[in-house]
Design a protein around this ligand. Structure first.
Ligand code: NAD
Ligand code: GLY
Length: 362
């Protein structure tokens, strides 16, 4: 399978996304023209460092080497405390302004390492080596970095674009099916917000993707990255269009928080959140009821949850009211109009939200 090179066009902050089986082997040659000569550190999820750390070291060998800094796998590590420890590790190990941070792992590694790279010495170069489907289709592209606070998800962070993103579907061969489903949730999201043809493509490839077929995964990654790169090009700092990428996130983030960041994976929470947003849209007359059925069926068909039985609707409502994406104090909802088209609005009556949450948890 050839390695595709997809550009993210952001003027002086432009970069390429490499997508294809074997792309990680090219890391050394791809980094050579970008590297400014300083120390190179790879911030990695412990599990992923064990799986692919040696491959990264080997790929770098022609031009240099890197030291690994690891953290315990999983969302509970995406904290201020872990970021602080990693920043101190970098300082102790002699990180410099001309150095480079590689992030190896899923969205947690990318968000955490990106935030560390954005903060150290007011910003050092950063490269994403995503190893979950969710990170390859979504989180590694676009420069959003950050950590969670007990008060809410991603409440601290920075926009810090990577210099390069390398998506190698061969690294997804070791990914549990549950994690592949989570990545499919974000890929389906891209279809629902922007492109019905891509949505159908993801659906037709999903069985192969769940069997970790690299060709199917590569096609899905390339399709999502194209959509996300176009959105980020048009609106890097989320002044408007980029907010559409948060479809499913208003309820999704609340579900993650109320579930203690352990009960539901991010992609699962977003899947339920997309169903909830569609239910809100249908109750408000923004979309037809058939859109709700379509969203629910698309999630259900790949084995994603479509409801959150047992969670407390009041706790979810409270978590939603702390959402950081507010406009004049009101939460900004992303609601589907039809397949491939969404709208962003703060005009959602609280009673509608309450009814939908009760239905989702009931
Ligand atoms: P994750 O990084 O925790 O990875 C999921 C699990 O898979 C972990 O246990 C990890 O150890 C394991 N893993 C990773 N790669 C593996 C591999 N190749 N083989 C076997 N196991 C592997 O979670 P995630 O779902 O990748 O990312 C979720 C995070 O991404 C959330 O914090 C979310 O907020 C964030 N996110 C950020 C953006 C953004 O634009 N920055 C977008 C979407 C999501
Ligand atoms: N995942 C939302 C964004 O990148 O804007």
């Amino acid at each position: 399978m050839p390695v595709d090179r997809l550009p993210v066009d952001l003027g002086g902050r432009s970069y390429d996304i490499l997508v294809g089986a074997g792309a990680l082997d090219r890391l050394g040659e791809e980094l050579a023209p970008l590297w400014r000569g300083g120390p190179v550190f790879c911030i990695a999820d412990e599990r992923v460092w064990g799986l692919y750390g040696a491959a990264v070291q080997t790929a770098l060998r022609p031009t240099g080497s890197c030291s690994g800094l690891t953290f315990r796998s999983g969302e509970p590590s995406k904290t201020w405390a872990t970021a602080g420890r990693l920043l101190r590790d970098l300082a102790a190990e002699g990180m410099a302004r001309d150095g480079l941070v590689l992030s190896l792992g899923g969205g947690v590694a990318g968000d955490l390492a990106g935030f560390v790279a954005a903060s150290y010495a007011r910003g050092v170069d950063f490269v994403q080596l995503p190893t979950t489907l969710l990170a390859q289709v979504d989180s590694s592209v676009g420069g959003k970095t950050g950590v969670n606070l007990p008060e809410g998800k991603n409440l601290v962070g920075a926009f810090h674009q990577p210099r390069l993103v390398v998506c190698d579907p061969l690294t997804l061969g070791s990914l549990p099916r549950r994690e592949i489903r989570c990545g499919l949730a974000e890929a389906l999201k891209h279809g629902f917000i922007a492109d019905g043809m891509y949505l159908a493509q993801v659906q037709s490839l999903s069985e192969h993707a769940l069997s970790a077929d690299p060709a199917a995964l590569g096609e899905i990654v390339a399709g999502s990255c194209r959509i996300k790169a176009a959105v980020v090009k048009a609106d890097e700092r989320e002044a408007g269009l980029r907010a559409t990428l948060n479809f499913g996130h208003t309820i999704g983030h609340a579900i993650e928080k109320v579930g203690g960041y352990r009960r539901y994976r991010h992609g699962e929470a977003v899947a339920i959140g997309m169903v909830g947003a569609a239910m809100v849209g249908a109750r408000m007359g923004v979309c037809d009821g058939s859109v709700v059925d379509h969203v629910r069926a698309a999630m259900g068909r790949v084995g994603l949850p479509t409801a959150a039985p047992g969670l407390d609707a009041d706790e979810l409502l409270q978590a939603i009211s702390h959402d950081k994406k507010t406009e004049r104090g009101r939460v900004r909802w992303v609601l589907p109009i039809d397949v491939g088209k969404v709208t962003v609005t703060p005009e959602v009556p609280q009673r509608t939200v309450v009814r939908v949450l009760r239905e989702l948890v009931g």
